[in-house]
Design a protein around this ligand. Structure first.
Ligand code: GUN
Length: 281
């Protein structure tokens, strides 16, 4: 039976560390502050944004909320970002995605000052991640690494298989695993013989957005399985991309959904806010 990696506990630990460091900064007159921008009525986004604001409060980080109507134009949003970019009180800017269809997400991401890009979506920060330069770490991928490391597993020399090649998870987590000296294979919907590739893996990160992407027959007994998925099954129950009930019977360790990767994204966002405040001080 696999060890269940408790993302809630590990994220609490990190938020506690952030809180303590924030208190130290405040004693030195530095008050970390995050601007959170939400456009439109996406109900999942509203939940995420609320959770981010709550985490700020728990960590002693100030948050300023900008909730804009669905009818907001691209020009209006870009103007707000420009204002936040030059506001010295604000250290981090988070624009919750997805944006309404009439707004070009790429343009919006490019408009955010790289120094305040706590999501690590700006090409300057993405580039730094790939070249080993200085920049923010992307939240979900960095959270995945913390889950692995704080559970006592070393990545050096390990066969790491990432399923999914998104800009938010698949590609950046592959780069972080490589930085930690893993031997990384990136799989996707066109990969031939996925089960054979997965069976080699010491560490598997699954981020496809598809239920049951990874099943018991695809993992070896010593595998560490990280499930980034967030789906609803036929009964409306929250579930990941991994067949959790069966894979946990075989693997060495596994993250649950909910309570695995999810809470880590926000914890790492808090860490990035702190980094932003320190860099700007
Ligand atoms: N939408 C889904 N995940 C994220 C995230 O990590 N950051 C932002 N800004 N939007 C998202």
């Amino acid at each position: 039976m696999a060890k269940i990696i408790d993302g809630k506990a590990i994220s609490s630990e990190i938020k506690q560390e952030v809180k303590e460091e924030t208190e130290q900064l405040q004693k030195n007159g530095i008050f970390p502050c995050l601007a959170v921008v939400l456009v439109g009525e996406n109900s999942a986004s509203k939940v995420y944004v609320n959770n981010k604001k709550k985490a700020c409060e728990a960590c002693g980080i100030a948050s300023l909320s900008y909730e804009l109507p669905e009818t907001t134009t691209e020009a209006e949003l870009l103007e707000l970002i420009q204002k936040l970019n030059v506001d010295k009180k604000i250290n981090g800017i988070l624009v919750q995605l997805p944006l309404p269809k009439h707004i070009d997400e790429t343009k919006v991401i490019l408009a955010i000052s790289p120094e305040k890009d706590v999501d690590c979506f700006h090409p300057q920060n993405v580039g730094a991640l790939h070249t080993g330069g200085k920049g923010f770490l992307p939240c979900t991928p960095a959270g995945i690494l913390e889950l692995i490391k704080r559970s006592g597993y070393d990545i050096t020399g390990k066969e790491c298989v990432v399923i999914g090649r998104s800009n938010i998870v698949g590609k950046p987590v592959s780069m972080l695993l490589l930085k930690e000296n893993g031997t990384v294979t990136i799989c996707h919907s066109k990969t031939k013989n996925l089960p054979e590739v997965c069976k080699r893996a010491d560490i598997i990160v699954v981020a496809t957005g598809k239920i049951n992407t990874l099943t018991k027959d695809m993992v070896k007994e010593s595998a560490i399985v990280i499930d980034v998925g967030m789906n609803r099954n036929e009964e409306g129950k929250l579930c990941g991309d991994v067949d959790f009930e069966n894979v946990k019977q075989k693997a060495e360790a596994i993250t649950p959904v909910p309570g695995g990767v999810g809470p880590m994204t926000i914890a790492m966002l808090m860490k990035n806010c702190l980094t932003a405040a320190k860099n700007q001080a």
